[in-house]
Design a protein around this ligand. Structure first.
Ligand code: GLU
Length: 533
């Protein structure tokens, strides 16, 4: 590798929300740049006005920010696109629609040097050709053979070409693929690739109708002007690589041609096919970093809104297609920067595992301090109508320490512990049938009397563990002394405290709801269940 400063770019088209595969591409570019102490550039490729989706660019910027992937160029500190070149951003602007005046001269230069030609066929004429080929079970391509029989500057007289250029604007500039030449290419992940130019079609590079370049021209010209040294992008662009190589050659930019790495696709959880934008809603997991609402008002879920920590999302994505060569799975962004290398990026598709994604989040959740978790829990409690003023930070910290073991997300905290904050309004019918035998109810009355007489330490007590285990010993001791079935008594108590025979340990529940509330809940349940019977 030369000593040149590495410059990479993430170049999304604002045609919709960024898929998690796109975030992975951005991440690998970012890691590569950081590791090499190079530059990471965000360029918006918006030359296809037909596919432009309002809000998509903002979505991309916000997603990268949420992930902690900050570009060195392309977006200023305030999140806006940089529109004019400056010392810090000499290659601005970074939105291709704002670079419109740049491209035409490059397209014309190719025509003048014999690497491209003007094509005048209307879309109706080309459609007719396609239909005709289809009826013969063939596919029409504008290539080194068909171009000889079509309306272009290679076939029409010079004056006619000039007249059409001056009088009409429904013409394009197409790349003139050389005949029967082998293009030799190298990919950092896939190795050496060769392709014969006769298999390629003459792609449109520039369109007079809107005065805009197509992806290929704009992409290559900008990579050159922005001094990009390494292109790391999705596998779907691999078929474009021969054309890009030929363009670098035609412009005489081979010396500074970037190196290329094409990342394999993300696959569906069953490994059958590409993970598509629709899979998430169909299979019940997010495929987008953030929630997205389309023009029809349809909502797609996002990792952020589902309660993922961005660090967990990034960690999961990094390992989806790259392996560190060790058993280590948990990496901070800084650790990823140190460990990442393109030669450990896998060639085959990476199968997405939604359960593993949850596991990553759980790991990050457990890494948070109890205080941080308690702070995250407060707004969730408020949303559920709980007056959080009644609970001290210490109380919530102790509760979080206990429930985090059972949660993947802080959003799960409420599901796991709602009954600590609100008494049950009803009791599960099948649990009543199972546990509320007259004999058991009689025993529970005695348990209640026993609890009433027992000294109970309540949350937040400084020695929580000790308080809970003392209570547990006393309670289980009392049940054993009487020769009652442990499971029946404990599950009945749980039913009374929770509303169903599920939940945290009984001693923990009593510790958190307090003695008075525990006694109240037993009385209320005994009364309600006796009346209903
Ligand atoms: N605009 C292309 C995209 O949307 C960029 C491909 C590339 O990185 O060259 O993916």
């Amino acid at each position: 590798m030369s000593q040149k400063k590495r410059r990479v770019r993430f170049a999304p088209s604002p045609t919709g929300p960024l898929h998690m595969g796109g975030v992975r591409t951005a991440l690998y570019n970012y890691l590569y740049a950081r590791q090499a102490e190079g530059d990471f550039i965000l360029r918006i490729e918006d030359t296809d006005s037909q596919r432009f989706v309002p809000g998509a660019e903002e979505y991309i910027i916000e997603s990268l920010k949420w992930c902690g992937i900050y570009p060195d160029e392309g977006v200023d500190a305030g999140g806006k696109m940089v529109e004019t070149p400056s010392e810090r951003h000499p290659h601005a602007p970074y939105r291709q629609s704002q670079r419109k005046p740049i491209y035409r001269k490059y397209a014309e230069e190719l025509v003048n040097n014999g690497f491209a030609y003007y094509a005048f066929d209307t879309s109706e004429e080309l459609d007719a050709k396609r239909k005709e080929a289809e009826s013969l079970k063939k596919t029409f391509t504008y290539n080194h053979i068909t171009r000889k029989g079509l309306k272009n500057s290679l076939t029409l007289p010079k004056e006619e070409v000039e007249r059409r250029l001056a009088e009409t604007n429904n013409w394009t500039i197409r790349f003139k693929n050389p005949e029967n030449r082998v293009v030799k290419m190298d990919d950092q992940i896939r190795g050496h690739i060769e392709i014969n130019t006769d298999t390629l079609d003459d792609k449109v590079l520039w369109k007079a109708a809107d005065g805009l370049p197509t992806y290929h021209l704009a992409n290559v010209v900008d990579d050159h002007l922005m001094e990009i040294t390494d292109v790391i992008r999705g596998e779907e662009w691999l078929p474009s690589l021969p054309l890009h190589y030929l363009l670098y050659e035609a412009f005489g930019w081979e010396e500074s041609r970037p190196s290329f790495a094409h990342l394999s696709l993300l696959l569906k959880p069953d490994g059958k096919g590409k993970l598509s934008k629709r899979d998430g809603d169909r299979l019940g997991f997010p495929v987008f970093p953030l929630k997205w609402v389309n023009a029809e008002g349809e909502v797609s879920r996002g990792y952020r809104e589902d309660g993922y920590y961005p660090q967990a999302f990034i960690n999961m994505l990094a390992l989806l297609g790259w392996n560190p060569g060790t058993e280590q799975e948990i990496f901070s962004l800084d650790e990823l920067v140190k460990a990442f290398s393109l030669d450990r990026v896998i060639k085959s598709g990476a199968r997405f595992n939604p359960e593993k994604a949850k596991w990553f989040n759980q790991e990050y959740l457990r890494m948070q301090s109890d205080e941080e978790l308690a702070k995250e829990f407060v707004p969730i409690l408020k949303e559920n109508g709980i007056d959080t003023g009644k609970y001290s930070m210490e109380y919530l910290k102790q509760l979080c320490a206990l429930i985090k073991e059972r949660a993947h997300f802080t959003n799960d905290f409420w599901t796991i512990s709602h009954y600590i904050f609100t008494a049950p309004q009803s009791y599960a019918e099948n649990d009543i049938r199972k546990f509320c035998t007259p004999e058991n109810l009689e025993n529970i009355r005695k348990v209640k009397d026993f609890l009433e007489k027992t000294e109970i330490k309540e949350a937040p007590y400084a020695k929580k563990e000790e308080a809970v285990s003392v209570l547990e010993e006393r309670l289980t001791g009392y049940i054993k002394e009487n020769g009652w079935k442990m499971g029946s008594i404990m599950n009945t108590l749980r039913l009374f405290f929770v509303g169903e025979a599920k939940g945290l340990g009984i001693a923990d529940i009593i510790y958190f709801i307090g003695k008075d509330e525990a006694l109240n809940r037993i009385s209320a349940a005994l009364e309600k269940i006796s009346i209903e019977r």
